[in-house]
Write a protein that binds this ligand. Structure first.
Ligand code: DC
Length: 221
């Protein structure tokens, strides 16, 4: 069984860039767990399912054919033979995903699939409940944080760079709303996992954060 480095934290705290950097440096597989919640949301929307209708979301999720594989050092999945990537970042998915991710049955399905990815090798997995629920036994748990304004600015720059027509204050509002849903939902809310090292990246650059994680795990890997 491989090792698992768990990287949790709120939206736009730098989890993706840090996790990708750590995975590349250590030769581990990068796993974006949020992509799976987005995948469940995307396939429901695509089939015309109302994402507020929990039973319908579950039915379409379970009826879909899911496949997992590793490509260029990252875990990838297909749903009914299609590999959604850009689609997972679109506005309709972004706006519905927090509600879908709050459904306990969706979480159970996603967590089981995430745990199975260890069979492919050692992983760096980013998310909200990786240290608390997916790999609670892992000795390598991190909680990344940054001030809300800094996170909103990072996300805003990302969206503008991706060609989206967004307003900074709307990004801030949407981030706050998602933080609120993620932290207060009944099923696996975002909390600092017991034993996790908290890294506040507000005043750190990407390389410094990557190095902080690598330093904390490198004696063992
Ligand atoms: O990290 P992200 O923005 O792609 O996450 C999308 C949504 O999924 C967000 O509402 C949080 C949720 N999520 C979760 O509940 N648990 C995870 N391990 C990862 C993401």
């Amino acid at each position: 069984m491989g090792k698992a480095i768990a990287i949790d934290g709120p939206s736009a705290s730098g989890k993706s860039s840090v996790s990708k950097g750590v995975a590349a440096a250590l030769g581990f597989i990068y796993v974006d767990s949020g992509a799976l919640y987005r995948g469940v949301t995307w396939q429901a929307i695509r089939k015309g399912v109302d994402t507020k209708d929990a039973a319908a979301v579950l039915e379409s999720m379970l009826n879909a054919e899911w496949d997992f594989f590793v490509q260029e050092g990252a875990s990838v999945f297909s749903i009914d033979g299609e590999v959604p990537v850009q689609e997972l970042r679109e506005k309709d998915v972004r706006e519905a995903v927090a509600d879908v991710a709050a459904l306990p049955e969706v979480r159970k399905f996603v967590v089981e699939n995430l745990q199975a990815l260890e069979n492919f090798g050692s992983v760096v997995m980013e998310g909200r409940d990786i240290g608390t629920v997916v790999f609670p036994e892992s000795p390598y748990k991190f909680y990344l944080d940054a001030d809300p304004e800094e996170r909103a600015m990072r996300r805003y720059r990302e969206l503008v760079a991706a060609g989206e027509d967004e307003k900074a204050h709307e990004v801030m509002e949407s981030l706050k709303k998602r933080d609120q849903i993620d932290a207060t939902r009944k099923a696996d809310p975002l909390v600092v996992a017991p034993g996790a090292q908290v890294i506040d990246s507000t005043a750190m650059n990407l390389e410094e954060v990557i190095q902080a994680v690598i330093n904390a795990v490198k004696e063992d890997v």
